[in-house]
Ligand binder design. Structure first.
Ligand code: ZN
Length: 444
């Protein structure tokens, strides 16, 4: 039996896929991810249970565009002992307690000297902030401001048991071939320790999207899924795949897909790329609240894909955008912020985007002089039914705009008729011999 994306959407098991993705997030949450190291490898290992990811290891010191692959960091444990000898802060309680990429240290010091290495949020006194020092060697601890305020004077002992050595940067990649060499790029970051929405939601949705598209019988496009540490990972991928970028026709950076917020789409730098129009249409057709925003050169890895030397048609589809929720980059971005139904809604929305991309072809009206007689060909329903008026209008719109220069996306945008109805009408007209598909590969 032929499986299509439309079929996957019709059969979509929201509860089942939501709980599957949530279970993945629960298992990956405790892992100590960073730009490099075993936490990333273990996380990609969990994804490999669903998807045969190819794992790439790029050695420390490798030049990548204007950057260099950093040393590999692995944390064993970090703690602060108070003047009484009791452990006050311990990375075993929460990965966020240690400043990411902290260099190894073990020393005794005064509270005053320790303060220079502590990070807390006065305005959110009960949370542990997420801080890193990737490109400047430093060590430090992150803790709730309320705890910080209770620290007594006296002699403290700190210990960061970690390695920061020559190693490699790890990323995962999965390629799904289609009829065309043109590719759809899906990218998500894999470098945040114990943050659920800002990290695990993207990994969950993109890995399940890849698995779902893998079951589809025919794909017009090829698909490439990359799971990379933020910034340096996408820069590394771009440096190693410059030839591939020429084949990227559409792309999305996925993040923040498990919270309760409405969808937000950040357009590609190009601003009017097909992906920009397709995502906008899918969100419009959803009937729910959503936001569409112009490109800005900050946020997630779209910054790299949309740098001027690449300028790829890559946007970013999130729920609440980068940095705009109170729990962002704190210990409150935990498994309670993410819910299975929101993860499932995100996966569904991504599938809807892919359905439109796959179905957006151009056709040529083979009977362009006057309207062809549809009733004679059985294309007008003799008796009206639910939606039949819309189907008839869709036939007329498709015939009218199928002049070789307009796509089915143009038809849906201009007519306001749902894309799926437009696509179904085009299929009926193709079957009746009134249209010819202009976008190779031809119908097989
Ligand atoms: Zn982040």
């Amino acid at each position: 039996m032929e499986i299509t994306i439309a079929q996957l959407l019709a059969d979509f098991d929201s509860a089942g896929s939501g709980s599957d993705m949530y279970r993945f997030a629960e298992r990956a949450y405790p892992l100590c991810r960073s730009l490099t190291g075993d936490g990333v490898r273990e996380t990609l290992g969990l994804i490999q249970e669903t998807l045969p990811l190819e794992i790439h290891e790029v050695p420390t010191g490798t030049p990548v565009l204007d950057w260099t692959v950093p040393k590999e960091w692995n944390l064993k444990r970090a703690w602060i002992k108070g003047p009484g000898g009791e452990i006050l802060v311990d990375s075993r309680d929460h990965n966020l307690h240690v400043l990411g990429y902290s260099v190894p240290v073990r020393q005794k010091l005064s509270l005053e000297d320790l303060q220079e290495h502590l990070y807390s949020l006065e305005e959110q006194p009960d949370v542990i902030p997420y801080r890193t020092s990737y490109y400047r060697e430093n060590w430090g601890f992150c803790l709730p401001h309320r705890l910080r305020e209770t620290l007594p004077e006296g002699e403290y002992e700190v210990c960061v048991e970690a390695t920061l050595d020559h190693g490699s940067l790890t990323y995962g990649e999965f390629f799904l071939p289609g009829e065309s060499q043109q590719e759809v790029l899906l990218s998500t970051h894999c470098c945040h320790p114990s943050l659920a929405n800002d990290n695990l939601s993207g990994l969950a949705v993109v890995s399940r999207l890849a698995a779902a598209l893998g079951t589809v019988s025919r794909r017009r496009y090829s698909y490439r899924f990359v799971f990379v540490p933020g910034t340096i990972g996408s820069i590394t991928w771009l440096a190693k795949n410059e030839d591939t970028t020429a084949r990227v026709s559409h792309g999305l950076v996925a993040a923040n897909l498990g919270d309760s917020g409405p969808f937000h789409y950040k357009k590609s730098r190009q601003g009017d790329a097909e992906i920009d129009r397709v995502v906008s249409l899918v969100l419009r057709e959803s009937g729910r609240d959503y936001g569409v925003e112009d490109f800005v050169p900050f946020g997630y890895d779209e910054r790299q894909y949309c740098s001027p030397g690449f300028d790829l048609p890559v946007g970013s589809l999130t729920r609440t955008p980068y940095g705009r929720y109170a729990e962002y980059h704190t210990s409150r971005d935990d498994l309670s912020l993410v819910q299975p139904k929101f993860l499932a809604g995100s996966l569904r929305t991504y599938l809807e985007v892919m359905a439109v991309l796959e179905g957006n072809t151009r056709a040529l009206n083979l009977n362009p002089k006057g309207e062809p007689q549809l009733g004679r060909r059985g294309l007008y329903r003799a008796v009206g039914g639910e939606g039949s008026r819309e189907r008839e209008l869709a036939l007329l719109w498709v015939l009218n705009l199928s002049d070789g220069s307009h796509s089915l996306l143009d038809v849906a945008e201009r007519s306001g008729i749902p894309f799926a109805t437009v696509r179904a009408s085009a299929d009926a007209l193709l079957a009746a011999g009134l249209l010819r598909n202009l976008d190779p590969p031809e119908e097989v």
